[in-house]
Write a protein that binds this ligand. Sequence first.
Ligand SMILES: [Mg+2]
Length: 402
Amino acid sequence: MATITEAKIIITSPGRNFVTLKITTSDGVTGLGDATLNGRELAVASYLEDHVLPLLTGRDPDRIEDMWQYLYKGAYWRRGPVTMTAIAAVDTALWDIKGKVAGMPVYDLLGGRARDGALVYGHASGGTVPELLDDVARFRDLGYRAIRAQAAVPGSPGSYGVRHGAVYEPAATSLPEEQLWSTEAYLDFAPDCLAAVRERFGFGFHLLHDVHHRLTPTEAGRLGRRLEDLRLFWMEDPSPAELQESFRQIRQATTTPIAVGEVFNSIWDCQQLITERLIDYIRASVVHAGGITHLRRIFNLAELYQVRTGSHGATDLSPVSLSAAVHLDVTVPNFGIQEYMAHAPVTHEVFHTSYELRDGALHPSPAPGLGVEIDEQAAARFPYEPKYLPVSRRTDGSVHDW
Ligand SMILES: [Mg+2]
């Protein structure tokens, strides 16, 4: 029996911060897991270094489900982003190892592909509506079949999702930037802005929009109703989801499809949303929802209720996570879409990937495991830099949801 002989944490910042777990077995096989929690990176690194790595040496890397249960139930303290990201890193690395040992891509370990590639959506944005339209045109020219559209809201400088420069990276400052937000200005602006996209480009592609948790259920219902004729693929994160039953009110107000879940860590965060069909898409991710093992469980539950998948895929997920997501995406029958923001070119100096974007879809490579390797010498050239996500304040100065 092979055993785990080494496990180490690699913290690197090629373009942005990433925390990566590398596990090595007595047979010399290595596996990678993403442990990146944007803005709270070192908490997960410590959780792994101080409390998980001492438990791994000598254990059987084949027993993935047992390892998951051991780390989840064995901690006594359950759930939460730090714990579940740490468990995800171990879980993902063990799937990578199992694939390499078997000589199979992870999608074959999961039952084989149900589709050739995973449809992705890209992020178009603009400081003005004409700039947004130009950016949508750019994504259309690149072959994207699904596009998220965000524009700066006049009168609300803290608009979400607007790119400055080549890459959108909200965790950009060494202390949190405070941004002003006006719900009233946003609700006046968003329907006309999205209508301009449909007027210019028509309905021959999927259009998505992210509200980023900033509305009450009443406001979200009103927005969804105004967007119905634009036939959005989804309205994302219309309202914070701590109160799952609040989504019933949004659902009853509008037929615009609803997606939520990028901040979820476990199946218990979305059990009611799924089983009562209060959403159309579940956006939980490999890295923050307990790895491939637990995310597959969430997706399987969702399948029973005709809820489709739409995993989070911003650049704060490392290429290891993105690859794991695509391997899972191509196997689940209820796949919907995969978010995709291309990583900065410098990120690929550290992470060597093998997935490919073709015809608006990501295709996993048939290489054994997850098909991602890390260049540790390159990683050492990019030391950790403290970076925070912004904080949102209403125009009266009170803190709002960012
Ligand atoms: Mg989002």
